[in-house]
Design a protein around this ligand. Structure first.
Ligand code: NAI
Ligand code: MG
Length: 330
């Protein structure tokens, strides 16, 4: 192993949970870590939230581990997702034994469109009274996501034990944009012989709260995936548990779903699980399946037995939990 992994801590608890994840990667492999900067602090110092050298390093790396950026999140993470050519954001949401959860039976994966929708950056202030946003949906991006989803559910190695996937949309109202998204995804799935079920976005929010076992793999537009995965985090015990992967054809960036958590930043209280589970996704992406399984098992056993951080009702800090996880690695 000598892959080059770019490491961007960013702001707030990114500076606490990313070093935790790096220490886990160091314990299971022999990677070359390249530190890069992005976020609010860099903007304050240099005027730029995302220096060109960081963008280039991410584009050239084998993989990137990112923490979070604060106010500049959109200026950082949207271009970085572009730097890795990412067309899908994979967000698994599952509960863990030993962790108090509203819905302990939750176990699903969001496959979120990662380049367009309302996050494509076309906002305008037209007058003192009027601002507009252009929602962008292309058949090509929707099809690329759908092809990935079909491979995901038919890949025997993937976590998914699904025969098909659900498509979340709001095409009854956004007939043109979500209609295009829905049609493109359905067409690809039909051609691939993969079953789909359509679920309207608002109804999905209710159904996942009432019975999350109805869902295994959920394909959704960009904003819906952002919001609904945070909702799922609430069902399983909080944002400290959800990892994610931004995957492109030859490159990928891994980050916890959470942000900079300004309410607890700097105090050493952040739950490192989401960042460490993101590192496990990174290992899997690079082909280190055994190492990824080793990390996940260690995280699961510490979540079950403790020590736990305050968000999970414990009184341990980030370092104590990280040391316990490293100590449980095989
Ligand atoms: P947040 O995810 O930072 O925090 C929401 C709540 O969850 C807070 O109470 C926080 O303490 C808790 N939390 C989050 N991660 C945790 C962890 N690992 N351990 C324990 N508790 C945790 O979301 P919020 O407060 O809406 O946003 C804060 C800042 O983060 C904003 O400036 C936002 O722009 C940025 N952000 C950046 C993202 C990124 O860089 N990808 C993603 C989401 C938000
Ligand atoms: Mg979010």
């Amino acid at each position: 192993m000598s892959e080059e992994i770019v490491v961007i801590e960013g702001d707030g608890i990114g500076q606490e949970v990313v070093p935790a994840a790096v220490s886990v990667l160091e314990a299971v492999g022999d990677f070359e870590f390249v530190a890069a900067e992005a976020g609010d602090a860099v903007r304050e110092a240099t005027g730029e939230a995302l220096p060109q050298e960081t963008y280039d390093a991410v584009a050239d790396a084998d993989a990137t581990l990112f923490g979070a950026a604060g106010e500049t999140a959109a200026d950082v993470i949207l271009p970085l997702r572009e730097a890795v050519g990412s067309f899908v954001n994979i967000r698994p949401a599952r509960s863990y034994p030993g962790v108090d959860a509203v819905r302990p039976e939750t176990d699903l994966v969001f496959l979120r469109e990662n380049t367009e929708g309302v996050y494509s950056g076309h906002e305008d202030r037209l007058s003192d009274d009027l601002s507009t946003l252009t929602r962008v949906v292309t058949t090509s991006a929707s099809e690329q996501l759908a092809e990935f989803a079909c491979e995901y559910v038919t890949d025997a190695d993937a976590d998914a034990d699904a025969d098909g996937f659900q498509i979340v949309h709001k095409a009854n109202v956004m007939r043109e944009t979500d209609g295009r998204f829905r049609d493109a995804v359905v067409d690809v799935a039909e051609a691939e012989g993969v079953e789909t079920e359509e679920v309207l976005m608002d109804a999905f929010a209710t159904r996942i709260c009432l019975d999350p076992t109805q869902f295994d793999v959920v394909v959704c537009p960009n904003l819906a995936g952002d919001v609904l995965s945070d909702l799922a985090a609430g069902l399983v015990g909080g944002l400290g548990l959800l990892p994610s992967a931004n995957v492109g054809p030859d490159n990928a960036l891994f980050e916890p779903v959470h942000g900079t958590a300004p309410d607890i930043a700097g105090e050493g209280l952040a739950n490192p699980a989401a960042a460490i589970l993101s590192a496990a996704m990174l290992l899997e992406h690079l082909g280190y399946d055994d190492e990824a399984a080793n990390v996940r098992t260690a995280v699961e056993s510490v979540l079950e037995d403790g020590p736990r951080t305050a968000d999970l009702g414990g009184d341990a800090g980030t370092d104590e939990v990280t040391d316990a996880i490293v100590g449980r690695l095989e």
